[in-house]
Design a protein around this ligand. Structure first.
Ligand SMILES: Nc1ncnc2c1ncn2[C@@H]1O[C@H](COP(=O)(O)OP(=O)(O)OP(=O)(O)O)[C@@H](O)[C@H]1O
Ligand SMILES: [Mg+2]
Length: 458
């Protein structure tokens, strides 16, 4: 290891201090020694250190809190020097266990400290190499992280499609980063300085979505007390992101198609057409080709939207990225609170690698957040993640699960095919109306008014 690694020392060894500093310098260390925590914090904010040393001689409770804050944010390993009688204080012991890589009870043993500090420096370097930003897309708020070949391909595609003004269709399971990808495309396009307007087609009732997208004139319908500019118009010059496009009711699919073909819209109740220059990106987590085959989604609209395509792989297929993403979110959230937690235990990392992640990155984010709250030690343990019970190999589903999902699938497609006419759907399925209602309830399927054209889980 190269010499002149830099140590920050907080507190003093009293009469032994000068000898200690000389001995450490003779070993090749460069040490900045400060007597109190606030000076240490100032130095840490300004300078770059490789490891820390702290004299723990009867710190007061508020000092332990400050110390916690300082160490947790320092992003390096610390060693404590303390005295035998201090070890009788529970608060001090807790701090030693949680914040420090090691501690030594005086009298000082220079050889051992030298050895431990080398170890601390090596750990910090390792961590730095590991956390080198793998591939950052965009600014920090919308940074997209990924290192595996499949994600590099996604980034490449994003860059390529960004420069073309054609519609892009983004597919991927729930929580894989479809909206983030849409933003990345917008930000890299010529439209970057104009608005990016996301609309979730699945979140609005079908009677509202028309006015949400196209706007309306004052008095166009009961309750339309004033004119409303729709989201398409609001995205003028920029990008409209139609999320959950698969949930768009059939009658609105026609209107959207017209807009894509003619580049004009008509507010509800308006007489004139307005020209709007908007690029359309769309996404869904459902299989749109299947929806087309089942008559739930217009084929012509599908081809219009799907000129260019970005497919985002599920998290379980990005094994090596799981740990990188977990640390990325750890770092992001640790900023929010000052906590003892320093990282993930090996066991927790292994668990995350083998978990199926049905909710993908969104689920990973929630698990890391939860772990930060639950963790009461230096390193996050498997239990803090709250994953165990659900870790059973999800590829091997039970027969019961398979039956259930096939049943739900059959209900959904029969109801959609029959425009929610329960009697017709029940006939087709060969069950009574009552049975069909019972099954719909079992699978949490909303009863929609007959004749309506899409069905979602309640
Ligand atoms: N590669 C990535 N790097 C960093 N953060 C990511 C990445 N992918 C997704 N995220 C984050 O994960 C969360 C979910 O992403 P996003 O909302 O884009 O997913 P989605 O595919 O649109 O999900 P849904 O289908 O549920 O709408 C967001 O907070 C997003 O910022
Ligand atoms: Mg989304």
């Amino acid at each position: 290891m190269e010499n002149k690694a830099r140590l920050l020392m907080v507190g003093s060894l009293g009469a032994n201090q000068q000898n200690f500093l000389r001995a450490m310098e003779a070993k090749g260390w460069s040490i900045d020694a400060v007597v109190d925590l606030s000076r240490a914090a100032t130095l840490l904010a300004r300078e770059d250190y490789d490891a820390g040393l702290c004299c723990m001689h009867g710190p007061a409770e508020h000092e332990l809190k400050e110390l916690d804050h300082l160490i947790t944010r320092s992003r390096m390993e610390w060693m404590a020097l303390t005295k035998d009688h201090e070890l009788r204080k529970p608060a001090l012991c807790k701090a030693l266990a949680n914040l420090f890589m090691a501690y030594q009870v005086e009298p000082i043993d220079i050889e051992q400290i030298d050895c431990l500090m080398h170890h601390a420096v090596a750990m910090k370097r390792l961590r730095l190499e590991e956390s080198e930003p793998p591939l950052a897309e965009g600014d920090s708020e919308f940074e997209m992280v990924g290192t595996v070949p499949a994600m590099k391909k996604v980034f490449d595609t994003i860059r390529r499609v960004a420069s073309v003004d054609a519609p892009v269709f983004i597919s991927g399971e729930s929580g894989t980063g479809k909206e983030l990808a849409a933003r990345a495309i917008h930000e890299r396009s010529q439209r970057a300085s104009a608005p990016f307007v996301p609309v979730n087609c699945g979140a609005l009732p079908s009677n509202m979505i028309q006015s949400e997208l196209f706007g309306h004139e004052k008095g166009a319908f009961t309750g339309a007390n004033q004119q409303k500019i729709g989201q398409i118009e609001a995205a003028s010059g920029g990008t409209l992101f139609l999320d959950e496009i698969g949930d768009l009711p059939l009658e609105l699919q026609v209107n959207l198609l017209r807009f894509l073909e003619e580049k004009t819209i008509q507010r509800i109740g308006a007489l004139d057409e307005i020209e709007v220059d908007v690029r359309v990106l769309s996404a869904t987590h459902v299989d749109l080709e299947k929806a087309v085959a089942e008559g739930r989604f217009r084929e012509d609209l599908y081809h219009r939207l799907n000129v260019l395509q970005v497919d985002i792989p599920p998290l379980r297929e990005r094994q090596e990225d799981i740990e990188i993403l977990a640390r990325f979110f750890f770092d992001r959230f640790i900023e929010e609170k000052s906590m003892n937690v320093r990282g993930f235990s090996q066991e927790a990392l292994v668990l995350m690698r083998h978990y199926h992640w049905p909710g993908n990155i969104r689920e990973l984010i929630n698990r890391v957040r939860r772990a930060l709250v639950m963790c009461d030690q230096r390193l996050i343990k498997p239990a803090d993640l709250g994953l165990e019970r659900r870790t059973a190999n999800r590829n091997a589903i039970t027969l019961e699960e398979a039956r259930n999902s096939a049943e739900k699938e059959a209900l959904l497609s029969a109801l959609n095919r029959n425009k929610h006419k329960v009697k017709k759907a029940a006939d087709e399925l060969g069950v009574s109306r009552v049975t069909l209602y019972r099954l719909m309830e079992k699978h949490n399927l909303e009863r929609k008014s007959e004749g309506s054209s899409s069905l979602t889980s309640a």
